[in-house]
Ligand binder design. Structure first.
Ligand code: MSP
Length: 642
């Protein structure tokens, strides 16, 4: 049976996770979600690389044992994976016994092939790479080509691996399997490196204590890259009697094995790793996919450069899906991309709040207002069926080729088609002319809702929370979709539709950047709710005069991030009210909208502007983000609310 296995690099534990680590993990999550959605048996592995000199040093600097440092960082990874809903099937740590057993089994096979020998090892050593370089690879100052930091001349007696012997077989493999390295341009790079000749590789260290003891060489530990690369098979049970996953996902003629990595570690994956496997007589990975770097200020984001991007603030404000979407949409897979908060906010507002969020809420509102739920039938002959067919074919091809931005564009074309269809068919007019029972109205809205549902299915690998929310909006279970959901006509009929908050409330970029100021203005936000058991008499409630009102004018209060000045129609009376909703709503979203206001509140001045009432909003999430209460458009302004 055809199976699919995808891995991320295992990350070092001397650094906390940042955008680069999250990126490769999200990519692998998106790909494996897509394969699962297509019904393929899939396995997704990630984990941590915990041995070596750098970890030893970092732990010593903190005055704790290396394993304690590793435990801490692993916990951060677990937290982060929960936040981003990463669906990995396994998490390997190189300090686990199962890994050590597998490494020993791999070393035994390489030794049996006669590919190890002992010799004196000298060279220019970069302790960040944990690798030796030849003189010609360094600049005149003898600096590491990856880190641009000083290398040191090192000399020790080591176990060597006969890498030189594999130059020919590797070149032959690249020739016969051009899919071995992606993107294609990188294969040429790797092949040219191998053609330049390969030196044998030192694979034991006597100066390092923190590692797996090298079998048969007391006092030596296994070179950290031989140890680390083996994780891809040790996690499957290689070297243990429990090796079912290894036989299903690695050593199987129809197993597809893909390593997702950054281009910084391509040589280790496309030269050393296949050479170890060739020597051990084991199958090679199908593809090593080396993506580009996230840059900030034109430099690779990394701890050593000191320009790391950690997503915490953006995720707290806009949710994990917005961040997942940004990563997948902004980087052309394989090339470098720049990260900036501005780029994030632009994409958020244009793609998520506007295109996706508005389409969903518009179609949902039309269904709810017309039928109180989903339409009573799903029609099959309309232009959205064709638009879906085209989008799905393009999406599938792009996903298979790991062209994520192109796959998202295909889904966006479907959303644009749905929007255009709604505008052209004017269902609100049909409802007025023919009534809510009109067969035509049901057909138009079912095509639109079905288009939105299918877009949500195709988006589910990218934005799993959001797609579940869309299913819920259209009366379905909030569950991850399966292969059978990706077909026209699965929208439930006459299903009740709950009213949910907007998927992606519009972000005010200026407000985000002045968050500090916004925090200090929190006095202007609505008072906390009374405790639930603090009951009042009906007369008390009747003292509060609640009225519907239509917003006539909306403009931001100058120098405030939260406050919006509104002029509302209270049924013939024009009132000025100041509301703390500017971080969530744009003025153009408010004008013409019906709201509920407290009409008999004593006047108050907020940032120098007089407010004569209060607009009611639900307070959502821990941050208490206001979501305005909806009043149907046909309720006249000034109506009593009781
Ligand atoms: N432990 C080794 C990998 C061993 S795999 C058998 C290692 N770890 S790492 O913590 O440094 O992670 C490197 C990986 O993190 C990169 O290959 C890439 O997947 C990701 N990224 C780290 N910084 C990155 C960017 N600035 N941009 C994109 N991804 C990068 O190397």
């Amino acid at each position: 049976m055809k199976t699919f296995y995808a891995t991320t690099p295992i990350y070092y534990v001397n650094d906390l996770p940042h955008i680069g680590h999250i990126y490769t993990t999200v990519v692998t999550d998106v790909v494996t979600r897509f394969r699962r959605l297509s019904g393929e048996p899939t396995r997704f592995l990630t984990g941590t690389d915990e041995h070596g000199q750098n970890i030893e040093k970092a732990a010593a600097a903190q005055g704790i044992p290396p394993l304690a440092l590793a435990d801490r960082v692993v916990e951060r990874y677990h937290q982060l994976y929960r936040t981003f809903e990463i669906r990995n099937d396994d998490f390997i740590r190189t300090t686990e016994a199962r890994h050590r057993r597998g490494v020993e089994a791999l070393i035994a096979r390489i030794a049996a092939a006669g590919d190890f020998y002992t010799a004196k090892h000298e060279g220019w050593y970069c302790s960040s790479c944990e690798a030796f370089y030849t003189e010609k690879e360094l600049d005149p100052e003898k600096r590491c080509p990856v880190h641009a930091t000083a290398t040191a001349w090192e000399s020790e007696e080591n176990v060597f691996f006969r890498l030189s012997k594999y130059a020919g077989p590797l070149l032959e493999h690249y020739e016969r399997h051009p899919e071995f390295v992606r993107p294609e341009s990188r294969l040429a790079e790797v092949a040219s490196f191998v053609r330049g000749g390969l030196n044998d590789l030192s694979v034991s260290r006597s100066k390092v204590r923190w590692g797996i003891p090298f079998p048969g060489h007391p006092g030596h530990v296994v070179y950290v890259w031989l140890d680390a690369l083996a994780n891809y098979i040790t996690a499957l049970g290689f070297g243990s009697p429990e090796d079912r996953f290894y036989r299903e996902f690695w050593d199987h003629p129809e197993a597809e094995r893909v390593h997702f990595i950054g281009k910084d570690i391509l040589r280790f994956h496309a030269v050393y790793w296949p050479a170890f496997l060739l020597s051990a007589g084991l199958p090679l990975p199908t593809t090593v996919w080396a993506h580009g770097w996230w840059l900030r200020d034109a430099k690779k984001v990394s701890k050593s450069v000191g320009n790391v991007v950690r997503p915490d603030a953006l995720v707290a404000e806009f949710g994990p899906d917005a961040f997942r979407y940004f990563l997948m949409r902004e980087m052309a897979f394989g090339q470098d991309a720049s990260f900036s908060d501005e780029a994030f906010l632009t994409r958020y507002n244009a793609d998520l709040a506007n295109d996706l969020g508005n389409t969903v809420s518009r179609v949902a509102a039309l269904c709810r207002q017309s039928f109180g739920g989903t339409p009573r039938e799903v029609c099959t002959d309309n232009e959205i069926v064709g638009a879906f067919g085209d989008a799905e074919a393009e999406w599938r091809a792009a996903m298979t080729a790991c062209q994520f931005a192109r796959a998202l564009e295909a889904v966006w074309r479907l959303l644009t088609a749905v929007n255009g269809y709604v505008v052209a068919k004017e269902p609100w007019k049909i409802r007025k002319q023919e009534g809510a029972d009109s067969a035509r109205l049901h057909r138009v809205l079912s095509a639109s809702a079905e288009g939105v549902r299918l877009a949500a299915v195709m988006l589910s690998p990218f934005v799993p929370f959001t797609s579940r929310r869309i299913f819920e909006t259209f009366g379905m279970m909030a569950a991850d979709p399966t292969a059978s959901d990706l077909a026209w006509g699965r929208l439930p009929v006459s299903a009740p539709m709950p009213e949910l908050p907007a998927l992606f409330p519009r972000a005010d970029a200026a407000a985000y950047f002045q968050k500090e100021t916004a925090m200090t203005e929190s006095a202007a936000s609505p008072a906390p709710a009374a405790p639930e058991d603090d009951r009042i008499a009906i007369e008390d409630f009747q003292r509060v005069r609640l009225r519907t009102a239509k917003v006539l004018v909306a403009e931001r209060v100058p120098k405030s991030n939260k406050l919006m000045r509104l002029e509302v129609d209270l049924g013939g009376e024009r009132r000025q009210i100041v509301a703390g909703i500017a971080a969530q709503y744009a003025p153009e979203q408010l004008v013409g909208r019906n709201v509920v206001v407290v009409a008999n509140l004593k006047p108050a001045k907020l940032m120098g502007v007089e407010s004569n009432g209060m607009v009611l909003a639900a307070s959502v999430g821990e941050a208490g983000a206001p979501v305005l209460l909806d009043v149907p458009a046909d309720v006249p302004p000034g109506s009593k609310v009781k």
